[in-house]
Design a protein around this ligand. Structure first.
Ligand code: ADP
Ligand code: ZN
Length: 618
């Protein structure tokens, strides 16, 4: 990296005011809620613990203080790929940023270290394992450090799914650099994790900033699984035909099969899982970041550190293990604040599989109890008949007073029915057949099917044989799914999906407790939803000047390709959108556009003005 060149690009103003940094460098008009408070706290030398949802704008909380306070800000981030993108994006803004990690050779590392020592860096990104090395610590002691930012701070939590032992050692920052302010940031919300972060990073004195967890631009939708592939195709075709998205599946095989299925239908769909070799994974991730309209089909191995702002949908073909995982995965949609969809299908088999995996897993009782509670909360979200967003936010300790109007249960409220009698029949059928059979068999008995196995086991003689003809096999499946989801039945961890009664089902079995069940919705055509009520419109519908939009995107893509960076590093969609709306004709008008700061104005102003000018003439 050429630091001399970068330093001349840096605006010559003396940047002492956070607001000014926001306008001049980042090109944004106002701070988002809490950003201003957090920044003031850190600028004045205080410690901060920041909880903000993905896309909430955490990066600015340390990037602005880094430019206001004298010295270099050290950002600790576990994700090397992300680090590179962030540094590229900052360099684009004219900010002097660099990173230190294991991917660089000796000479590169030395250049960066020299830049640090001579005070030529505003920000230095560093992997935790690098930071804790004695050599790095010595360097930092000799340099002038403005602050430490600890990103993805939940990695210190042993309860979390991203635990990294190197993070535990970061408490040394408090001991060795007692006068340097520290800011820890995470999107993981629960109270226990927050306490753990505060304790383990010695941030007990830090001010806590907890921002609302709502992601209002994400529409949450969960449907029962009927034909997953067809459901997915219909969804993408109807609502996200040219969009970039992520499809999550549980197994590698399913990832491969689903990617193939989508490719056969003409989509650019790339697989991503730990079974692929590293170059192939990197290539697929790279294409996802750089090309338009790419769908990545992935296991949970994908996504940590993907901060692509314009992911328009996240689809789940399998149920995540917890609401934390669900919220984190779906949170990768719509970081730019534009309408996006979190879509999932799930069925009885998913519930059974997850319950079995959990019970069969290693781990002590305490661990399993926690996992069980988490899965229950996830299932609760699936089966809820009221607003899904309210359930989600409540789980994360946040509240939403009114139903959101932008989830499937708000848009098309599900019907419920009195399932008291049906449930009693289902449970007693499980009991009469000895708690040894799976759903298909139980439904055969209930519906009195004339079937060899049923006769062979003598279950055509039990009292529950044929007592359930009033419901279709699918209706019974829905009943059983809800019973398992709500903990009245459990899948035998050893057996092949055989269902057993739990203690909790006793009053239902005796018919002493009424129960309302969810009526599975009849699939509705999803066309026309964009115009309806409070459902938010697709972005492509909001663009009236399609040719203009394409021209701006082509201009951005050409610039991105020339520099080997993802298009959003040049300008976000939101910025292009604003440009198209405002139609600036001069540089000073262009500077008003959201996301156009001084450095980008200088570098790209003319070419975008020209593109806009050509449009008006055409
Ligand atoms: P997080 O790290 O919390 O997931 P980011 O820091 O990546 O979120 O920010 C998400 C998006 O919001 C980015 O595109 C960022 O440029 C944008 N953003 C952040 N703060 C502001 C602001 N004050 N005004 C406009 N856009 C902002
Ligand atoms: Zn809702």
């Amino acid at each position: 990296m050429d630091f001399d060149q970068l330093s001349t690009e840096r605006p010559t103003l003396s940047l002492k005011d956070p607001e000014q940094v926001l306008h001049e460098v980042f090109g944004y008009e106002t701070f988002r809620p809490l950003q201003g408070d957090i920044i003031r706290e850190v600028v004045s030398g205080g410690d901060a613990l920041v909880l903000m949802p993905t896309g909430g704008g955490k990066s600015l909380c340390y990037q602005v203080p880094a430019l206001v306070r004298p010295g270099t800000a050290v950002v600790i981030s576990p994700l090397i790929a992300l680090m590179q993108d962030q540094v590229a994006a900052l360099n684009e803004l004219g900010v002097r940023a660099a990173f230190l990690n294991s991917t660089m050779d000796y000479a590169q590392a030395r250049d960066t270290e020299n830049a640090l020592m001579t005070g030529e860096l505003d920000l230095l990104y560093c992997a935790p394992e690098r930071l804790i090395q004695p050599r790095t610590r010595d360097l930092l002691h000799d340099a002038s450090i403005s602050l430490f930012a600890i990103d993805e701070a939940h990695c210190v939590s042993q309860w979390g799914h991203d635990f990294r032992s190197d993070y535990l050692e970061l408490s040394l920052l408090a001991r060795e650099f007692p006068t340097v302010p520290r800011i820890a940031l995470t999107a993981t919300a629960d109270e226990r994790t927050r306490q753990e972060i505060a304790e383990r990073l010695s941030l007990t004195e830090a001010r806590h900033f907890v921002s609302g967890f709502d992601r209002p631009n994400i529409q949450y939708r969960i449907s029962p699984k009927t034909n997953a592939n067809k459901q997915l195709l219909d969804f993408i075709k109807a609502e996200h035909d040219d969009d970039c998205g992520i499809v999550y599946c549980m197994s590698r095989n399913k990832v491969d099969a689903t990617a193939r299925m989508l490719s056969d239908k003409g989509y650019t769909a790339l697989p991503y899982h730990a079974g692929l070799n590293a170059p192939e994974r990197a290539r697929n991730q790279e294409r996802f970041l750089r090309e338009d309209g790419v769908i990545v089909v992935a296991t949970i191995a994908f996504g940590m550190g993907i901060d692509k702002p314009d992911v328009r949908f996240v689809a789940h073909l399998d149920l995540p293990k917890s609401l934390e995982a669900y919220y984190q995965e779906t949170g990768r949609a719509g970081r730019d604040g534009k309408p996006s969809t979190a879509w999932m299908v799930y069925g009885l088999q998913d519930v059974i599989k997850l319950r079995q995996m959990l019970e069969g897993s290693m781990g002590n009782d305490q661990f399993k109890r926690v996992e069980r509670q988490k899965l229950d909360a996830m299932l609760g979200l699936c089966e809820v008949t009221s607003c899904r967003r309210q359930v989600l936010l409540r789980y994360f300790g946040d509240t939403l007073d009114e139903p959101c109007g932008n989830c499937d249960t708000c848009l098309v409220p599900p019907d419920t029915w009195d399932g008291t009698v049906a449930v009693q029949k289902a449970l007693s059928c499980v009991f009469r057949t000895g708690q040894r059979y799976g759903v298909t068999y139980l439904i055969d008995v209930l519906r009195g099917s004339d079937n060899e196995r049923v006769r062979q086991f003598g279950h055509d003689k039990v009292s529950t044989f044929g007592i359930g003809t009033e419901l279709s096999a699918n209706d019974w499946k829905s009943v059983f799914r809800q019973l398992v989801a709500n903990g009245y039945l459990r899948a035998d961890p050893e057996g092949y999906g055989s269902l057993q009664l739990t203690e909790q089902c006793r009053p239902l079995l005796k018919g002493e407790q009424p129960i309302q069940l969810r009526k599975d919705p009849v699939p509705v055509k999803s066309s026309g939803r964009s115009g309806s009520g409070s459902a938010k419109a697709k972005i492509s519908d909001q663009i009236t000047d399609q040719a203009g939009w394409e021209a701006l995107r082509a201009c951005r893509k050409a610039l991105a390709d020339k520099q080997g960076v993802p298009p959003y590093v040049i300008f976000h969609d939101t910025t292009l959108f604003d440009m198209l709306e405002r139609r600036p004709t001069t540089l000073s008008e262009l500077a008003e556009v959201n996301g156009v700061g001084t450095a980008k104005l200088e570098k790209y102003g003319e070419i975008f003005l020209q593109t806009l000018g050509d449009l008006s003439e055409a």
